[in-house]
Design a protein around this ligand. Structure first.
Ligand code: IDP
Ligand code: MG
Length: 168
């Protein structure tokens, strides 16, 4: 069938393409226990981000300590390790243009009482020590964290027929 110009084909962009970023997302034990995995994944999907990898797992103390090494020595460190190893988590990699910033925005500020309305930490959280999710905070930490949680062959490169309506 010949498509007319108005048939719903996305315009091809003349702009230099925005490189896709990847970011690590953890649905922490409170998300899992409270049955919020679907809700949070739904929000990331609706935002237009593309899932690259997912693993439901019990976190070993050694992995928790490596992941949160930057916080070692802080007053909340021991509680943080206990929290993240207390029950299974869903570890995921998501990608998209500006994915690191976009996912941090969808999660909201670290303290739920400072998170914007509409963000996950605002909408579902109250306490900083039960703030539901982790998301990488910069390109360098995203690369380190993805390599810590996933093997290369667990990362799935794929495309969606709708991508041209989401990625300019
Ligand atoms: P982020 O998760 O928004 O990147 P970070 O400052 O990197 O926040 O802290 C890592 C995690 O440590 C937080 O998500 C939260 O679970 C926990 N955390 C941070 N500050 C506190 C605190 O003051 N009390 C208890 N837990 C904290
Ligand atoms: Mg952080």
């Amino acid at each position: 069938m010949v498509r007319s110009p108005n048939s719903g084909t996305p315009p091809s962009s003349n702009l230099v393409e925005e490189p896709l970023e990847r970011t690590l997302v953890l649905l922490k034990p409170d998300s899992v226990q409270r049955g919020l995995m679907g809700e949070i994944i739904h929000r990331l999907e609706r935002r237009g981000l593309r899932l690259v990898a997912a693993k439901f797992m019990q976190v070993k103390p050694s992995l928790a300590e490596e992941h949160y090494a930057i916080h070692k020595g802080k007053p909340f460190y021991d509680g943080l390790i206990a929290y993240i190893t207390s029950a299974p988590v869903m570890a995921m990699v998501w990608e998209g243009p500006n994915a690191i910033k976009a996912v941090r925005q969808t999660m909201g500020a670290t303290r739920p009482t400072e998170a914007s309305p509409g963000s996950i930490r605002h909408d579902f959280g109250l306490e900083v020590g039960r703030n539901l999710t982790h998301a990488s905070d910069a390109a360098e930490t995203a690369a380190t964290e993805i390599a810590l949680w996933f093997k290369d062959d667990e990362l799935v490169s794929w495309s969606r027929s709708i991508d041209d309506w989401i990625f300019e």
